[in-house]
Design a protein around this ligand. Structure first.
Ligand code: URP
Ligand code: ZN
Ligand code: ZN
Length: 461
């Protein structure tokens, strides 16, 4: 059998286990797995001494998002270049309707952001921000190839907030139509009250950005997760909790899954490697994200959740803001644009803190970064695993070679990094997307705009 490309002599990670050998690629697809594959006429990529793993799916990103009075600084050009360097070959962003806009208009708007710019494949979760108006548009969006929806339990001032009626009704529709609802779970009224109690000149003077974690105790997330899990249990609608950050959340999910509730949980890599002690730093305000970083005991519990299985996915919630944008806060923590860069460091952080530090195996990492996200988001078996017939989305990483994180050498538009100076292994030496080499020798070489939109179909069971 002849191939266009052969990846030679790597440690290849597949759903059936790892083997030492080759991958044959024809066109955009993986055509063969084996040893000593025919290289006649093929481009040969030497993977000796490297792990060859499925391209990562980051299923929670915000590129060019209008948010907190500004627009997030990584667009589809810089964001997906950063992604590729970190071995990410698919992103899922969130299409958010404008003030009076429909779900379909939101999808069109986000399509335009990506088209002609994205280096890698992409699709969107469709955000339902005005349930009464949007509820009858859900089915049409599924017909259009969008099967995952999102509701925010906070962000009233952005015009994005959903109440219990919306959550309950949307979950009912998910059950009927075979879609899945993603939820940002934080308890809005309690959060409002805690912010109001602390929002005084004296407190802001005394505590600065530390007021961000001080006003978001763990019960703000836990109560909201508990409530929406209840609606999933009542309706049978598939629920996915995004960016879960607390130990209490993991406990609730574990118990719910044991009762058979169709709920899945994602955490983000920042909740696995950072904690809220960063707010003690002079530049602590840079680390404001939503939900905020939690305590070391939460970090530990999330790793445990990944091991036990109640946490299924690791993503980034990439929402990049530069130092200048973060400076908009001027001492008032409620005005800090919330979010951090993440795509470039998702796999390096997970590999270094997870695999090299013994918290997970390489197979587990591929499961949480590739296979599970692809299955859960309806992209498997096209994406998410090295197997015959799948898209040839592959990352080749050195087992130990480390690179120092430095904003000056990164692809992201951020002029800072939460991980500045960290020595991380797991950057992608070579990234392939549908058979094209888009990162070679740790440098991005792929053509801007080559990424494709990924249609999906709803579940029938
Ligand atoms: O800080 C964050 N996460 N910014 C993006 C918006 C969200 O809630 O995901
Ligand atoms: Zn969120
Ligand atoms: Zn988000």
């Amino acid at each position: 059998m002849r191939f266009d490309t052969v990846i030679k002599s790597g440690n290849v990670v597949t759903p059936a286990g790892s083997y030492s050998g080759d991958i044959g690629i024809t066109g955009e697809k993986i055509a063969a797995l084996g040893v000593d594959l025919d290289t006649d006429g093929a481009t040969v990529i030497d993977a000796t001494g490297h792990h060859v793993i499925p391209g990562v799916l980051d299923v929670h990103v915000h590129l060019e998002l209008p948010f907190c009075g500004t627009v997030s600084a990584d667009d589809y050009r810089t964001g997906t270049r950063a992604a590729a360097r970190g071995g990410v070959t698919t992103v899922i962003d969130f299409a958010i309707p404008s003030a009076n806009g429909s779900l379909s208009e939101a999808a069109d708007t986000w399509m335009k952001k990506a088209e002609g710019k994205s280096l890698i494949d992409y699709t969107f979760h469709i955000c339902i921000t005005r349930y009464q108006e949007h509820k009858d548009q859900i089915e049409g969006m599924i017909d259009r190839g969008f099967t995952t929806f999102k509701e925010f339990m906070i962000y009233e001032s952005e015009g994005w907030q959903s109440d219990d009626r919306a959550l309950f009704g949307t979950l009912e529709r998910m059950r009927q139509l075979g879609g899945m609802l993603l939820v940002h779970a934080e308890s809005s009224r309690v959060l409002d009250e805690l912010i109001a109690r602390h929002h005084t000149p004296a407190m802001m003077q005394q505590y600065g950005a530390r007021l961000h974690p001080m006003t978001r105790p763990n019960f703000v997330e836990a109560e909201a997760i508990q409530r929406v899990v209840q609606w999933s249990e009542a309706t049978g609608g598939r629920l996915y909790i995004v960016h879960m950050s607390t130990a209490e959340g993991a406990d609730i999910i574990r118990a719910a899954q044991a009762r058979g509730v169709p709920v899945i949980a994602e955490t983000c890599v920042q909740y696995l490697v950072l904690d809220d002690s960063v707010f003690e730093r002079e530049d602590g305000h840079l680390f404001a994200c939503c939900p905020q970083l939690k305590k070391p005991k939460d970090v530990q519990r999330l790793w445990e959740g990944l091991r036990h299985g109640e946490v299924s996915v690791i993503s980034t919630d990439t929402c990049t803001f530069t130092r200048e944008q973060k400076a908009m806060w001027e001492g008032d923590w409620t005005k800090i644009p919330m979010g951090m860069p993440g795509l470039e460091t998702l796999m390096p952080l997970t590999y270094t803190s997870g695999v090299l530090e013994g918290r997970m195996t390489l197979d587990d990492m591929c499961m949480k970064l590739s296979t599970n996200p692809a299955k859960i988001m309806g992209l498997y078996p096209r994406k998410g695993a090295i197997q015959v017939g799948a898209d040839a989305d592959v990352a080749i990483i050195h087992p130990e070679k480390r690179h120092k994180v430095s904003p000056s050498t990164m692809e992201t538009n951020a002029d800072w990094s939460p991980y500045d100076g960290w020595d991380l292994a797991g950057f992608s030496r070579t990234t392939l997307s549908r058979g094209d080499v888009i990162v070679d020798d740790y440098k991005v070489v792929g053509r801007e705009g080559r990424g494709q939109w990924l249609p999906r179909t709803a579940r029938t069971n």
